[in-house]
Design a protein around this ligand. Structure first.
Ligand SMILES: [Zn+2]
Ligand SMILES: [Zn+2]
Ligand SMILES: [Zn+2]
Length: 285
């Protein structure tokens, strides 16, 4: 499985859309890996996680061909992950090469509600699937298991376990705070070849338990190692950063590199090797 993180920022982007803090001013000067767009991931060019408001930018920047997309997995219904109205352009009025099949979209109940509210589903060729927590479904040849994130108490938010047809397996953990025990219990016994985890708060701490910072991210990694879910050398990627964390890309790297954690930047691509085949708890029927 190959994954590209198309965007690696928290909700307002980086620089913050209307922010002039020191970090954002430095970002405007330095640019490069300090510039971060809203969160999304592409898997093998056929599966996409989330559809943020920066999707057209991602198409231009990475030369994406979204006509190849088989499915979109939505983590949750926050605006930086679900820009519902962009899906209207799948419709026949906006393309001269209409899709032969419907675009399948998956997510928690709130995502379905938002899509039904914001789109005319008579005219948009998408099929919405509501996923039940902790239940595995097959999507475009991948095994997809939503786990409950700790993010927004007013709605169900998912993180995803994804297993590709070559049996490589990843835990995609954004957006979330440090998991509740229910999710930890479910994860026990799974082995992952890679983890992508959010780190919205960076090195700062927050009273809001729905996001992680460096401390929680490292705690999460430690626990996954201790329960045998990942090897100490497992690819571990931190993403979904906010400028309010106070450190630019090089500052975040200075924190994470000694901890064997990769600091994501927009466009980072990694191949996920399959080492976990033997201890698989997800199997094809
Ligand atoms: Zn977010
Ligand atoms: Zn700022
Ligand atoms: Zn969110």
């Amino acid at each position: 499985m190959e994954m590209t993180l198309l965007g690696t920022a928290a909700a307002e982007g980086w620089p913050g859309l209307f922010c002039k803090c020191n970090v954002c001013m430095e970002t405007r000067r330095l640019r490069g890996r300090n510039l971060r767009t809203r969160s999304s991931a592409m898997i093998d060019n056929v599966l996409k996680i989330d559809l943020p408001p920066d999707t057209l930018h991602h198409v231009m920047q990475y030369n994406l061909d979204l006509t190849q997309l088989r499915a979109v997995l939505f983590t949750h219904a926050h605006d930086d992950h679900l820009c519902a109205t962009e899906l209207q352009y799948v419709g026949p009025w906006f393309v001269t090469t209409p899709r032969l099949d419907k675009l399948h979209v998956y997510g928690p109940p709130e995502v379905k509600k938002r899509l039904e509210c914001e789109l005319n589903l008579q005219q948009v060729p998408i099929e919405i699937h509501v996923l039940a927590p902790f239940e595995t479904v097959e999507v475009a040849g991948y095994l997809v298991t939503p786990v409950i994130a700790r993010h927004d108490p007013s709605q169900i938010c998912y993180n995803y376990i994804l297993q590709s047809p070559d049996s490589s397996r990843i835990l995609y953990a954004s957006d979330t705070g440090y998991y509740e025990e229910e999710t930890w219990k479910f994860l026990e016994g799974f082995h992952f070849d890679a983890v992508v985890a959010e780190c919205t708060n960076g090195p700062t701490t927050s009273d809001y338990t729905g996001h992680m910072g460096v401390t929680e991210l490292l705690q999460m990694r430690r626990r996954l190692i201790d329960t045998g879910s990942i090897a100490p050398d497992c690819l571990y990627v931190a993403t979904h950063f906010s400028h309010q964390g106070g450190e630019n890309h090089s500052g975040l790297e200075a924190i994470f590199t000694p901890e064997s954690v990769v600091t994501a930047y927009d466009g980072i691509t990694f191949a996920i090797p399959n080492k976990s085949k033997a201890s698989s708890r997800l199997q094809y029927a």
